[in-house]
Design a protein around this ligand. Sequence first.
Ligand code: SF4
Length: 283
Amino acid sequence: MEVVLAEKYGFCAGVRVADKLVRIAAAKGQTGAILGQVVHNESVEREMADLGFPTVHRLEEAREHEGRIVFSAHGVAPSVREEAAALGLAAIDTTCKFVTDIHREIGRSLDDGCFIAVLGQEGHREVIGYTKDLDPSRYGVFYTLDEVAAFPWESHPRVKVVFQTTLNAEGFAEHVAEMRRRVPDLRVADTICYATKENQDALRALCADPSIDAIVVIGGQHSKNTKELVKIAKESKPTVFVGTAADLRPESFAGMRKVGVTAGASTPDYDVEAVLARLRAMG
Ligand code: SF4
């Protein structure tokens, strides 16, 4: 069985930086706690814990880990930074530059009198970071077209749209069109991350290859961008979604001659290499 890797896959620049900053701290002999997974990937989470940086879900828990807290690439609301400082915690901030840019964009647009429409998932950490400290009357989070259609846009003549970085742009064009019909002054910031787009485009190229029998997508169960890859792959090919090489079942590939492989933006290279090696061994 031939195995073809997508032209672009796996760790994005933001995640590489986050991963590196934690490793640098560990190499200096520091320990700490990571607020939520540093990236949405179970292998990386286990490895970080082994390096002395376990995942925690409350700032207070960092007190048991040298009083050091890591903010993930998803970013946090300003009030979370203030709370950490008030608790006397030292922070390692690995917020991705693109996420920081969106925080700034939202701040500028609010000053400009805009209502903020975040296209994304209400409970996603990146979205929580953008909205946690905002006045609820100044923003809305929308994911389905029905949510957009049901909203009283008439009361918001000036609106700024920002996107959760990991969304599939094509799935939200209709949302923007609906707002455009109803909002006189609609401003759209294309904040979807290039890394996500590149991984998606490279996967589409694999899917367009008629000689490929199936696609393997590698990534964490909670990774939004990995799930988007799964969704794209499923539209045209049988798709196998795995966290690590250990999840691969030979029977899933019975009779196949060629398999394409991609990985989410939070999937480490060693997981990709292990999957490639196991698939090739199956062949
Ligand atoms: S996917 Fe994009 S926005 Fe998210 S961490 Fe990576 S580079 Fe940053």
